[in-house]
Design a protein around this ligand. Structure first.
Ligand code: AMP
Length: 449
């Protein structure tokens, strides 16, 4: 049965705004969530970004709030990051153009003055990150007595970011009688726990299996021995500027992000690339995201936290320059492409130490990521000594993590024993080098695999 937005009990103003937004048919999460939310049920939605989950709760919420009323908020939407909070607020604005509702957006990193002024004017909806919300609540700027709806978006990220005690604090200050909605991309133990504290007999809706990447995203894995070769591969891929027209490059640290940004900046010019990470000021980040959204720039280099919730349509490619160590981030990262009904490509570069996380990701998503051979004209650089050492050490640590009895190729005693054994057998030792400590061997093994 084909469901259309007209099938929901939404009013004309909202249906008009949906049509203006260009949404033709509801996505799966919208089909499943809108009716129970309108019926007043608590809902737990397991859905990734890119599935249309924001509209799935914003639309029925707007329908229930209808028009401005009193001074105090009737809905509170909590988001782990300011970027996601901004996107939720954008959705609200988009769908409430024909309604008379007041929304206030609260997040940290900026002075609270404007936010306080907005609160003093009265509002119907607050979209907030937990910390700033609590600060302003404790200062007496927010009265919770009229609250009817509490939404927690990306609950898994909230838990990852350590917001659990803040969430409990919020739950202490909201009225008991209210409707609760919780959305999460993955279902971890902590999410289950917070859901238990938060929801009453919820309707559980799962749109894809747990942590399954959207089907519209095609995935590729390249095994790349080192950082310089990763850069060469990036350069090779980006030659195709028609296909790679709007690309997010994910890096695991600020340092790598700055490096990759430096390279792209030199190669394609500063008008084509921006970088976002935690050391960039709030305004710089917003400007960069907007420039990327509007298509002004071709490349956005980002770390995971900075890119959380980033909602840009028509992202052609997500490149995982590094494999995410928080493996759930893989699903979030590649969810930036192939949004709603579009197609997208996610390409992951993995060095030998990162294979460990690839395996874990494959278990999580219950699929193997198709491997592609490095294209012939990508120059494979020799791994410099330091990088070889780092990679070998990481692999050692991974083995130790999985097997506490593992002593490690780098283990000094073992090395000395080996040397003694060699001496006994009449072998004259060379000076210690990375080669003799087995590092080279690992590099080779990787190359052949
Ligand atoms: P979300 O999963 O909420 O982050 O939404 C992902 C993207 O899909 C956003 O850009 C939405 O505007 C878009 N979107 C959500 N629902 C629909 C729909 N029914 N039709 C077309 N686009 C949609």
């Amino acid at each position: 049965m084909q469901v259309s937005f007209e099938d929901f009990k939404l009013n004309k103003q909202i249906l008009d705004a949906i049509a203006e937004a260009g949404y033709k048919e509801p996505t799966e999460i919208q089909q499943k969530a809108i009716t129970p939310i309108l019926a007043g049920q608590d809902v737990m939605g397991i859905a990734q970004t890119g599935t249309g989950k924001t509209a799935a709760f914003v639309l029925p919420l707007l329908m229930k709030l209808k028009y401005a009323q009193g001074m105090d908020p009737r809905a509170l939407i909590l988001s782990p990051t300011r970027e996601l909070a901004m996107q939720i607020e954008e959705h609200i604005r988009l769908f409430s153009t024909n309604l008379d509702l007041r929304t206030v957006l609260l997040y940290g990193g900026l002075g609270p003055k404007t936010q306080k002024e907005q609160l003093e004017k009265g509002c119907d909806i607050i979209v907030a990150t937990p910390g700033r919300f609590l600060d302003l609540y404790l200062e007496g700027y927010i009265n919770m007595k009229s609250l009817k709806f509490l939404v927690m978006d990306e609950a898994d990220k909230m838990m990852d970011m350590g917001f659990i005690s803040k969430i409990h604090r919020v739950l202490e200050v909201v009225p008991r009688k209210r409707q609760n909605l919780l959305f999460s991309a993955t279902m971890s133990e902590l999410v289950r726990k917070i859901a238990g504290d938060f929801l009453a007999f919820p309707t559980v809706i799962e749109v894809t299996e747990q942590a399954t990447p959207a089907k519209t995203v095609s995935q590729t894995l390249y095994r790349v021995p080192n950082l310089k070769t990763k850069i060469n591969l990036l350069q090779h891929l980006f030659k195709d500027d028609e296909a790679f027209h709007r690309v997010i490059v994910f890096c695991k640290t600020k340092e790598v992000a700055d490096n990759v940004f430096g390279f792209l900046d030199r190669k394609y010019g500063e008008d084509n690339v921006r970088v976002i990470h935690a050391n960039k000021g709030q305004n710089t980040r917003i400007n960069s995201i907007n420039a990327f959204k509007s298509g002004e720039i071709r490349f956005l280099v980002a770390t995971d936290v900075a890119a959380r919730g980033l909602d840009v349509s028509n992202v052609s490619h997500v490149i995982n320059f590094d494999v995410p160590i928080v493996i759930e981030d893989y699903v979030h990262r590649i969810g930036r492409t192939g949004r709603a009904f579009n197609k997208g490509d996610a390409i992951t570069f993995a060095n030998p130490a990162e294979e460990y996380y690839v395996e874990k990701i494959e278990k999580l998503i219950r699929q193997s990521i198709p491997v592609s051979e490095l294209p012939e004209d990508v120059f494979v650089e020799k791994t410099p000594f330091d990088e070889r050492q780092t990679i070998a050490r990481e692999i050692d640590n991974q083995k130790k993590k999985d097997n506490p009895d593992f002593k490690g190729a780098f283990h000094e005693k073992k090395f000395v024993i080996k040397q003694k054994e060699a001496l006994k057998s009449g072998f004259k030792p060379k000076k210690t080098t990375a080669k003799s400590s087995g590092v080279k061997k690992k590099g080779k093994k990787f190359k052949n695999s």
